[in-house]
Design a protein around this ligand. Structure first.
Ligand code: UT7
Length: 323
């Protein structure tokens, strides 16, 4: 069988760093509230004229360099995003053009904060089916463009950024000792749309809209659903939580990250946490965290990594992979 192995990682963060204190100047909020409720200390915002495709292209270049693979060797580009440059074409085609790739195929996936997990699972399926052998999987967002700056309950939580991985098909034995993606578990339940959505869209009103969230309700679902999807993915791979070396969770809220780790019985030392520096970058958060941790040399060959995410939809899922 063919396994999807991560050959390289990369990320990009816009230059402008916005500390919590900046919000306290215009809103009834404080650094103390934001840090204690979310763990977020700062986030990056894209510059005027800097778009999701720019962030994604920078991250993709970094991942290709890290992998030692030329852009011309890429068969497919998948971008997970909810904040595309245009309604169409897909951001992935802009990235493809930016990298000078003129063959293969490119498309976007929209599963909000779970987007990267969904994209990784889809790329793995394409590789297993022989549709592509080297796939750039990117999470890229400019959530600063869909913030309601008068809503203190949401605008302090999100940030902009991009992360990318180069996936490559390698022969595996089928055993869970193989390198690469070992299992995926994807879920959605559309009855929860109103908990987290953007109040605009092409078909609705022809506008981009702004993010609306019932944070407390999303929180209530998060820990329980993330732990359940993690267990489901591990079970599919025939593995248990005590075999995990690293958790790379979606970075929405430190309390959710801690709560999920606790529910899984995993010590925090095994959890990659970047939310303090990036805020919630939606589909970009997992590949960003993967790339930051990889650059720090934290992953060793053979390490078992669990990624998990939940977001608007609701959509949630987990991927288990061996480094
Ligand atoms: O990535 C996609 C998934 N999204 C998430 O995972 C987000 C999930 N939710 C959360 O992370 C948390 O629910 C929040 C960080 C959004 C909020 O934390 P919370 O502990 O659930 O707070 P809360 O919503 O229950 O609000 C507590 C209080 C409220 O005041 P009252 O009603 O108790 O008087 C809010 O109005 O905090 C108030 N509040 C704020 N106060 C200062 C809300 N936002 C702010 C703010 N500064 N920025």
């Amino acid at each position: 069988m063919i396994r999807s192995v991560i050959r390289g990682t990369g990320h990009y963060l816009p230059a402008r760093i916005v500390p919590n204190a900046e919000f306290a100047a215009t809103l009834d909020t404080s650094d103390e509230w934001i840090v204690s409720r979310s763990g977020i200390e700062r986030r990056h915002f894209a510059a005027k004229g800097e778009f999701t495709s720019d962030l994604a292209t920078h991250a993709a270049r970094a991942a290709l360099e890290n992998a030692g693979i030329a852009a011309s060797e890429i068969d497919a580009v998948i971008v997970a995003t909810s904040t595309p440059d245009y309604t169409f074409p897909a951001v992935a085609t802009q990235v493809q053009a930016g990298l000078g790739i003129t063959r293969g195929f490119a498309f976007d996936i929209q599963a909000v904060c779970a987007g990267f997990v969904f994209a990784l699972a889809n790329a793995t399926g394409l590789i297993a089916a022989g549709q592509a052998n080297r796939v750039l999987v990117i999470g890229a967002e400019t959530f600063s463009r869909i913030m309601d700056w008068t809503d203190r309950s949401t605008c302090v939580l999100f940030g902009d950024g991009a992360g990318a991985v180069v996936l490559e098909g390698h022969p595996g034995t089928g055993a869970n000792t193989d390198r690469g993606v070992l299992s995926c578990d994807l879920n959605s339940d559309g009855q929860y749309r109103e908990l987290l959505y953007v109040d605009g869209g092409v078909s609705r009103n022809g506008q981009a809209g702004m993010l609306r969230m019932q944070g407390r309700e999303v929180f209530r679902h998060a820990v329980e659903k993330l732990a359940a999807t993690a267990h489901a993915a591990l079970e599919k791979a025939g593995l248990s939580t005590d075999q995990i070396d690293w958790v790379v969770p979606h970075q929405a809220n430190l309390r959710i990250i801690r709560g999920t780790a606790q529910k899984l019985g995993l010590p925090l030392e095994k959890v990659i946490v970047t939310v303090q520096d990036h805020g919630n970058t939606s589909a970009a958060s997992i590949p960003l965290a993967l790339s930051v941790a990889n650059a720090q040399g934290r992953f060793k060959p053979g390490d078992l990594i669990l990624t998990e995410a939940i977001g608007g939809g609701l959509s949630w899922g987990a991927v288990v992979l061996r480094w």
